[in-house]
Design a protein around this ligand. Structure first.
Ligand SMILES: NC(=O)c1ccc[n+]([C@@H]2O[C@H](COP(=O)([O-])OP(=O)(O)OC[C@H]3O[C@@H](n4cnc5c(N)ncnc54)[C@H](OP(=O)(O)O)[C@@H]3O)[C@@H](O)[C@H]2O)c1
Length: 336
């Protein structure tokens, strides 16, 4: 049994971590840290939670004592609190962006602030288990990938590894509004988002350098033309991906590459064109390869709060502690 702390407990990913951890047989949540809700009982803040309801939220990350801390906070916060946690021997899984981009200067360019913890940045491991499982196993600090990068990288990495792509890859991504976090904004709150589909993050969304950096580690990586859209759903990401094939393209052969790559990865499914509710509430990513005429198209579906966030963080914790990576993550999707 390991003990865990969740920081950012009142946010969407903090809440999803607490919901999913309530099913985990090996993890006991002993601290829930919240700047805005400290002093409240978790059961009063989140009445839907069936476990940990008597935990009282605290504001002081410096007082946390646990085997692992999940940081579900905005970029900039993790690099402020992670050094202290790591010094106290607590393993850290950051669900934000602070440790995903290896180069501090590139982080500053993308996120508009200097990186204040370059020492730990150099040691952080990118927490996409299907690609970096063995590195994660020995890590003290895991950078959980972004939701769009998880969906995009799982589809493209096997193809980059096999050098079958050429030219730019167009990624037409659609996300539910929970991807924007719990605080309403002028573009994400219900009256603005419920009746429209909105392309945003142009010309270069913040996740593009993260994705291109990881693809370059896999092989000769194509540039990405990435256009995210906010759609009037709560959960879920669908990426429709239009690559250009180097040489002959055959959908069955490419699907075979993906199946081969993920043969030992229980959370990635390769098959028919996926539907978002298959993945809702789960740690699964559904991939599909098809053809429009002779051109390839790939589809990647996941839950941004699940495989795109909280569930993947728990998968990483399972690997850190040497448990079966499916531990506590075996539940089914919503289906509709
Ligand atoms: N939403 C997604 O689908 C998704 C997916 C993957 C990754 N992420 C990343 O995961 C992190 C958390 O995302 P989220 O959607 O859960 O965000 P959120 O709903 O906005 O929650 C973030 C929480 O962080 C805490 N916090 C601490 N310092 C803060 C500060 N200076 N300003 C504002 N909040 C602060 C707040 O909780 P307390 O008041 O309780 O401290 C807040 O509720 C972000 O870095 C996000 O980019 C999100």
């Amino acid at each position: 049994m390991a003990t865990a702390a969740v920081l950012g407990a009142s946010g969407y990913l903090g809440g999803e971590l607490l919901r999913l951890l309530s099913y985990h047989p090996e993890i006991d949540v002993v601290a829930a840290v919240s700047q805005s809700q400290s002093g409240k009982r978790l059961g009063d803040l989140s009445p839907h939670l069936s476990r940990f309801e008597d935990l009282v939220l605290t504001a002081d990350a410096g007082a946390v004592s646990a085997d692992v801390a999940f940081l579900a906070q905005p970029a900039g916060e993790a690099m402020r609190v992670a050094p202290g946690l790591l010094e106290r021997g607590i393993r850290v899984i950051d669900l934000g962006a602070d440790y995903r981009i290896r180069d501090a200067a590139e982080y500053e360019r993308v996120y508009g602030r200097a990186h204040t913890d370059p020492e730990n940045l150099a040691k952080a491991v990118y927490g996409l288990p299907e690609l970096f499982r063995s590195e994660i196993a020995g890590a003290r600090l895991v950078a959980n990938p972004g939701c769009y990068p998880t969906a995009t990288l799982l589809a493209l990495a096997p193809l980059v590894k096999r050098s079958v792509l050429t030219g730019p890859v167009v990624v037409d991504a659609k996300s539910g509004t929970s991807g924007a976090g719990a605080a309403p904004t002028s573009t994400s709150h219900h009256p603005e988002a419920a009746g429209t589909v909105w392309p945003y993050g142009l010309p270069v969304h913040r996740h593009v350098p993260e994705m291109e950096g990881i693809l370059q580690r896999m092989g000769p990586a194509p540039p990405l033309v990435f256009v995210p859209h906010l759609v009037p759903l709560v959960r879920g990401i669908l990426c429709s991906i239009y690559p250009t094939a180097r040489g002959e393209f055959d959908a069955a052969t490419w699907a075979g590459y993906l199946s081969e790559e993920y043969a030992g990865s229980p959370f990635v499914r390769v098959g028919d064109v996926p539907r978002l509710p298959w993945a809702s509430g789960t740690n699964r990513c559904y991939l599909s390869v098809g053809a429009v005429g002779t051109a390839p198209v790939l589809f990647s579906v996941l839950d941004n709060l699940g495989k795109g966030g909280a569930a993947q963080a728990i998968q990483n914790a399972n690997i850190l502690f040497g448990w079966d990576e499916r531990t506590g993550l075996g539940h089914s999707g919503f289906g509709i």
